[in-house]
Design a protein around this ligand. Structure first.
Ligand code: CP
Ligand code: NVA
Length: 331
């Protein structure tokens, strides 16, 4: 089905809030993995995000979630995710509650399944950032309201939705784009494979042995890529991976929860760095991406991060617009 441009005005004037069959499909749906969404659903969410961005820039109110509340559970630190969800909810006319796991009874052992059922009685959506992906699945299983995954050890779908939006802004398309991820085969790499595969992109992950992505994620993403005309490649060859690429992407070598392994990881990953030499191999139009926070001098040089091809702050901004679209469509 072709996706027509989302007409936000029409959406907002419709009492039921449902103007498109895809919007109906998305209402009440959890946002846990990009793999769970069809290509058309992702296109629809992305179009919606672009429209919301325009509305905000033009100063047009868009109180789609007036009177609604989002509970935000954080078991890990955050700058971008916390602020963008909180501000996003405000823009949409709703309220966000910051719930640190240290303060919740979860921190004292209350089961996730009880927390899910209690919170569902108060709030209209739950966002969670945590370690175990299974905890998010458990939360979603017992929750009566949509659950949004705001990062687990396995996936970071909100980030990659914002990144897809950023690539569209800079290159005007996703299908056929080559995206090369350099470094640790982590949650960002996994969600890039899932998102890229759905959108018909050619995603290449360059990582050394022992740091390559989860084989189950690779297998599922390859199946999706086959359907969309994209491809997924995992290699140790950073130079081959970067040749003629349209997007170079990297992330920290030690993710949250891996701080104790940092020195060991630096040893193994030190040649997997985005620097000006590597950038020379890429296509002239190549943009450089990083989800942030960045460790300058490790996975990326200061020169490239601050250079003209870097779009890292566009990505950070687009977290706001992409997540507003997720909330407005699912909650
Ligand atoms: N990229 C990202 O998720 O940033 P935060 O950890 O600051 O939320
Ligand atoms: N891979 C990083 C992403 C941070 C946004 C982490 O999990 O810490």
């Amino acid at each position: 089905m072709a996706i027509e441009q989302v007409d936000l005005n029409k959406w907002m004037s419709n009492k039921t809030g449902i103007v498109h069959p895809i919007a109906a499909q998305l209402k009440g749906k959890d946002f846990i993995s990009l793999h769970d969404f069809s290509t058309d659903e992702l296109k629809y969410i992305l179009n919606f995000a672009h429209d919301l961005k325009l509305k905000q820039k033009e100063g047009q109110p868009h109180h789609i979630l007036k009177g609604k509340t989002l509970g935000m559970i954080f078991q890990k630190s955050s700058t971008r995710t916390r602020v963008s969800f909180e501000v996003g909810m405000y823009h949409l006319g709703g309220t966000a509650l910051f719930l640190s796991s240290n303060d919740l009874q979860i921190g004292r052992g209350e089961p996730i399944k009880d927390t899910a059922r209690v919170l569902s009685r108060y709030v209209d959506g739950i966002m969670i950032r945590t370690y175990s992906h299974d905890d998010v699945l458990e939360l979603a299983k017992y929750s009566d309201v949509p659950v949004i995954n705001a990062l687990t050890d396995l996936l970071h779908p909100c980030q990659i939705l914002a990144d897809l939006m950023t690539i569209e802004e800079h290159h005007g398309k996703l299908k056929g784009e080559k995206l090369t991820y350099i470094g640790d085969g982590n949650n960002i790499a996994h969600s890039l494979m899932f998102g890229g595969a759905k959108m018909g992109m050619h995603v290449v992950i360059a990582a050394p042995e022992g740091y390559q992505p989860n084989p189950e994620v690779v297998k599922l993403a390859k199946e999706d890529a086959k359907l969309s005309g994209g491809s997924i490649t995992v290699t140790e060859d950073i130079k081959e991976a970067s040749k003629n690429t349209n997007v170079l992407y990297t992330d920290v070598w030690a993710s949250m929860g891996q701080e104790e392994e940092a020195n060991e990881r630096i040893k193994h990953l030190k040649s997997y760095q985005i620097n000006s030499e590597l950038l020379k191999l890429a296509h002239d139009n190549c943009i450089v991406m990083h989800c942030l926070p960045a460790h300058r001098g490790e996975e990326i040089t200061e020169e490239v991060l601050e250079g003209p091809q870097s779009v890292v702050f566009d990505e950070a901004e687009n977290r706001l617009h992409a997540q507003k679209a997720i909330m407005a469509l699912t909650m």
